[in-house]
Ligand binder design. Structure first.
Ligand code: FES
Ligand code: FES
Length: 169
């Protein structure tokens, strides 16, 4: 029985926020759970498990992904950036700062996902219209804010010409 379980375990090697990790995981383990439970990076939230809410958004090899929508083993060999990797030397990333300044959150549950999505979106479109921002975050849900201040925060971050290196690790 134990042998059967062992045979389901797969090797996964990822670089997360610049640090290399290796582990053996069940092939069905979702990346979101791997990040939270194996790596202890609980800033990546799980709001639905069904790819609807975007709370689990991370950057994987330069693209934003909902980390509940893939298995950890599919990230083998990849570079991942999570919300914990944005602040540098105790200083918030400008997108984080603008969420703070513009009250882009209430309970904060959705916030890491929105910030990671905004991080990727502003890399793709550094000078977006409000409509484009709304489109860019349309895969993320917030149950508190009504989105107005989230959009404002992202627009303000864009005005700062945020430097958003996708692989800053
Ligand atoms: Fe991944 Fe909701 S937890 S989209
Ligand atoms: Fe509460 Fe967005 S701030 S869900």
């Amino acid at each position: 029985m134990a042998e059967g379980r062992a045979s389901r375990l797969k090797h996964v090697h990822v670089k997360v926020n610049g640090k290399a990790y290796e582990d053996m995981v069940e092939s069905r383990m979702l990346l979101a759970y791997f990040i939270r439970e194996r790596l202890g990076l609980t800033g990546t939230h799980i709001g639905c498990d069904t790819t609807n809410c975007g709370a689990c958004t991370v950057i994987l090899d330069g693209r934003s992904v909902k980390s509940c929508s893939m298995f950890a083993v599919q990230a083998d060999g990849a570079e991942v950036l999570t919300i914990e990797g944005l602040a540098k030397e105790g200083k918030l990333h400008p997108i984080q700062e603008q969420f703070w300044e513009n009250h882009g959150l209430q309970c904060g549950f959705c916030t890491p996902g929105f910030i990671m999505q905004a991080y990727w979106f502003l890399k793709e479109n550094p000078n977006p219209s409000e409509e484009e921002v709304r489109q860019g975050i349309s895969g993320n849900l917030c149950r508190c804010t009504g989105y107005q201040n989230i959009v404002k925060a992202i627009m303000e971050a864009a005005k700062m010409r945020v430097e958003v290196p996708v692989r800053s690790m």
